[in-house]
Write a protein that binds this ligand. Structure first.
Ligand code: GLP
Length: 255
């Protein structure tokens, strides 16, 4: 696991986008695991720029999103389907057939979860998984206490997560209570991880993730066991770390 502390959100976003771009340049049919939330927005903006100005080609790339709220239709402005199309897919040359996002409206949810896992395996497995982190240390929607070996399934959202995410909805009542999410085991199977965090609100969770003991109570701590994980943070998110960390990764692209 490598921790990289950047001066600004823009610099964090540039680095993560460059790492993703490098994976696609090396392997045009790369299988990318993507995340939602406000944190990866800068990365997506930079990927769009790389596509539009530097010709980064997504035509063969395959994507799998981490999670989706149960019950929100694809056109709901707070659904992760809507988020991904608005903030990334509409602006790059991805083939819609290669986009996979958990379907929170699926009639047979356990069946859908199994199918999702199978599709990841069928396409060759995730080459890179991008992650944000919740204020309570969750990754995707794997809330504290989630099995560290879990697979794609439905989780009940923590009150803290619903409160944190209420800013995107008209009221707390409108925030769904359940989400479909890749499991921690699913995420850990990816060949490379990038975890992003910015802002002082993430400082506690980042200190535990990087320097605390591995525990299901802080699901993100599992990344310590991943052989190719890069945690990219800004200075406020790094403010509770006890050690000094570099501003550049030792290895930009991992073979
Ligand atoms: C949601 C998502 C997570 C994300 C987290 C943090 O709960 N399921 O994948 O990491 O929010 O969101 P933000 O980046 O907006 O702080």
């Amino acid at each position: 696991m490598e921790v990289v502390v950047k001066d600004s959100y823009e610099e964090m976003s540039k680095l993560s986008a460059e790492m993703i771009a490098e994976v696609i340049r090396r392997k045009p049919r790369a299988v990318l695991g993507l995340a939602t939330g406000s944190t990866p927005l800068g990365t997506y903006k930079e990927l769009v720029r790389l596509h539009q100005q530097e010709g980064l080609d997504f035509s063969r790339a395959i994507t799998f999103n981490l999670d989706e709220y149960v019950g929100l239709t694809h056109d709901h402005p707070q659904s992760y389907h809507f988020f991904m199309w608005e903030n990334l897919f509409k602006q790059i040359n991805i083939n819609a057939k290669n986009v996979h996002i958990p379907d929170g409206t699926a009639k047979d949810i356990p069946g859908f979860c199994r199918w999702y896992e199978e599709q990841i395996v069928k396409t060759g497995g995730l080459d890179l998984q991008l992650l944000g982190i919740g204020g309570n240390g969750h990754i995707a929607f794997n809330e504290p206490g989630s099995s560290l070996g879990s697979r794609t399934r439905v989780k009940t959202l923590d009150d803290k997560t619903r409160q944190d995410n209420a800013r995107f909805f008209r009221s707390l009542n409108e925030v769904p209570k359940y989400a479909m999410t890749m499991g921690i085991g699913t995420i850990m199977d990816a060949r490379q991880l990038i975890l992003l965090a910015n802002g002082a609100g993430k400082a506690e969770a980042i200190a535990k993730t990087c320097e605390g003991p591995i525990t299901a109570i802080v699901p993100a701590t599992i990344v310590q066991l991943h052989p190719k994980a890069t945690i990219i943070v800004d200075k406020p998110a790094a403010s509770k770390l006890s050690r000094e960390y570099p501003a550049e990764p030792r290895i930009l692209v991992l073979a």
